[in-house]
Design a protein around this ligand. Structure first.
Ligand code: ZN
Length: 269
């Protein structure tokens, strides 16, 4: 079967967000992170009155069905040097118009891609999988989802080292979540917070908001590992089984310590 190769006409619209002060390039991480959160970003857009025209909503719902993060392939040096070249131009990404196709990302062209840039790019590429071929309207779709997505999260730059440049990602909407992002990796710390059982008996944590974040001096708790100690203050809402708010309180100093000796953020308990 002949596969039509489609391409991204893509510009960095959100270039100011998501950069770290030092360390390696974080674009690949941001693309994978955006891919893993893309369903949520689509939901945020669909639940907003101002995100997108009604006649485009079905496209977004269909894109949600074809997102496969593991089908994103990063290509540093293609065997065929013209792999990404179409009509004489080197593209950021190529894919086909079949659901489940691989999306090849040209590592040479994705310097400093933020989570918003990545969101926009991925909406475009997964949109091709539905058979949508108009690059301009896919760009518009992607940008609108990304513009709404950026309102739903905050990224805090933390003090790190050359090798470990941590950021805290906090998603405010729908299901709040917290991630520690490092160069090419991320770890979801929301589970850790739910396991602390901060709500009383017969209630569950329904939402939380970040009130403050304190980063203590980088150091070593055990004389072996270089560690990142974080104190997080949350305002927590506890509800009963039928969703009534029974308690709304400030929990200060939730202490989390991460091992900075590895590229992947790891807790130290
Ligand atoms: Zn395209």
């Amino acid at each position: 079967m002949k596969t039509i190769i489609l391409l991204a006409l893509f510009t960095n619209l959100f270039a100011s967000e998501g950069k770290v002060r030092n360390g390696g390039d974080i674009s690949t991480r941001n693309i994978l992170f955006a891919a893993n959160n893309l369903s949520q970003y689509i939901d945020i857009c669909l639940s907003s009155n101002s995100c997108i025209e009604d006649d485009k909503k079905d496209n977004l719902r269909q894109i949600k069905e074809v997102i496969i993060p593991s089908n994103i392939i990063f290509v540093a040096k293609p065997t065929n040097p013209d792999f990404f070249v179409i009509d004489g131009l080197e593209k950021i990404a190529i894919t086909s118009n079949i659901p489940g196709s691989k999306i090849y990302i040209n590592l040479k062209k994705i310097n400093s891609m933020s989570i918003a840039d990545a969101t926009s790019l991925l909406i475009h590429e997964f949109g091709h999988h539905l058979g949508l071929k108009n690059h301009d309207s896919l760009d518009q779709l992607g940008v609108k989802v990304a513009l709404n997505a950026v309102k739903s999260y905050t990224i805090y730059n933390l003090l790190g080292t050359k090798r470990f440049t941590p950021q805290l990602y906090y998603s405010k909407n729908l299901n709040p979540s917290l991630y520690i992002l490092n160069n090419n990796n991320f770890i979801n710390i929301s589970n850790k917070i739910s396991k602390l059982n901060l709500c009383h008996q017969n209630t569950v944590m329904s939402t939380y908001t970040i009130v403050n974040i304190f980063q203590s001096t980088l150091g070593s708790h055990d004389g072996i590992h270089l560690t990142l100690p974080l104190g997080i203050w949350l305002r927590i809402k506890c509800t009963n089984r039928i969703g009534e708010t029974l308690r709304y309180f400030l929990q200060n100093n939730i202490d989390l310590v991460f091992n900075m000796d590895t590229e992947t953020p790891v807790y130290i308990d």
